[in-house]
Write a protein that binds this ligand. Structure first.
Ligand SMILES: NC(=O)c1ccc[n+]([C@@H]2O[C@H](COP(=O)([O-])OP(=O)(O)OC[C@H]3O[C@@H](n4cnc5c(N)ncnc54)[C@H](OP(=O)(O)O)[C@@H]3O)[C@@H](O)[C@H]2O)c1
Length: 245
């Protein structure tokens, strides 16, 4: 059981390109970080090694968020070792192109279960711990500006992200005033040429602030939410104005 008195963050998806930077930054802001990974064990071990330089009690746990039993198991393991939960960041996600006429049942289940069902049951387990605590706690979900855009090649993913934004509001209203629940909707921060439909140049043309995002843009927003006491149920787009188009 943690006795250091440090704040504790549980984070899913900390092996992601953006997720690993977020986890490191949260550790740097004084949190012990317990994070999940699914398939990237080596990346998880590397991330943990870096995090432990600044936050020695941090831990990693394998969890497939598309499975309810894995989420329950990860939180049971968490409760055995830690006596407080200050912050949840629900970042686990999968993402690939699914042109509308070709979406299979497997694609639908895979994208909805990982993004939407996984986020729901992660939040459900976290609030069981948080609502018993007598201090203010925070939940940040990671959604996407695609929740507001009409992307015909990403229907299951963007519908799942829209669902995450709505869940964020339901949890915010239900668990106020003790738990502040907000969502960050990034625009394009990292590019995976195998998954993107547009080139970098084409993407930048659609962004009023004329550059792609940087992980630091998301980290600054998380830091802002960690310092805010009067914001809940909001979706903050960090997208260089992309959504205005
Ligand atoms: N990066 C961007 O430009 C961007 C833009 C818009 C929104 N976002 C959102 O921001 C968040 C962080 O993005 P990112 O760049 O870090 O994403 P990423 O690089 O695609 O990483 C995805 C993360 O989710 C985990 N994951 C995937 N399937 C899982 C499953 N079934 N169970 C548990 N974990 C699973 C992966 O773990 P393993 O590798 O261990 O399997 C990894 O840690 C995501 O929610 C993403 O949708 C990112």
């Amino acid at each position: 059981m943690s006795s250091s008195g440090k704040k504790v963050c549980f984070m899913t998806g900390a092996t992601g390109i953006l997720g690993s930077e977020i986890a490191l930054s949260v550790a740097g802001q004084g949190y012990t970080v317990v994070f999940t990974y699914n398939s990237s064990e080596e990346k998880a071990a590397q991330t943990l090694e870096k995090i432990r330089w600044i936050s020695s009690e941090s831990q990693m746990v394998r969890c497939d968020v598309s499975k309810h039993s894995d989420i329950v198991g990860a939180f049971a393991a968490f409760r055995q070792q830690f006596d407080r939960l200050d912050l949840l960041i629900a970042s686990a996600s999968n993402f690939y192109s699914t042109p509308l006429p070709e979406v299979t049942e497997k694609d639908w289940d895979n994208l909805i279960d990982t993004n939407l069902k996984g986020t729901f049951f992660t939040l459900q387990e976290a609030v069981k711990i948080m609502q018993k605590q007598l201090f203010t706690t925070r939940i940040i979900t990671m959604s996407d500006i695609s929740a507001h855009l009409i992307w015909r090649n990403f229907a299951p993913y963007s519908v799942a992200k829209a669902g995450i934004q709505h869940l964020t509001k339901i949890f915010a209203k239900t668990y106020a005033p003790g738990i502040l629940v907000n969502s960050i909707a990034p625009g394009t921060i990292t590019i995976n040429p195998e998954k993107e439909m547009d080139t970098e140049e084409e993407m930048i043309k659609k962004i009023p602030l004329k550059r792609l995002g940087d992980p630091l843009d998301i980290i600054k927003t998380i830091t802002f939410l960690l310092e805010s006491d009067y914001i809940t149920g909001q979706v903050i787009s960090v997208d260089g104005g992309r959504i205005l188009q």
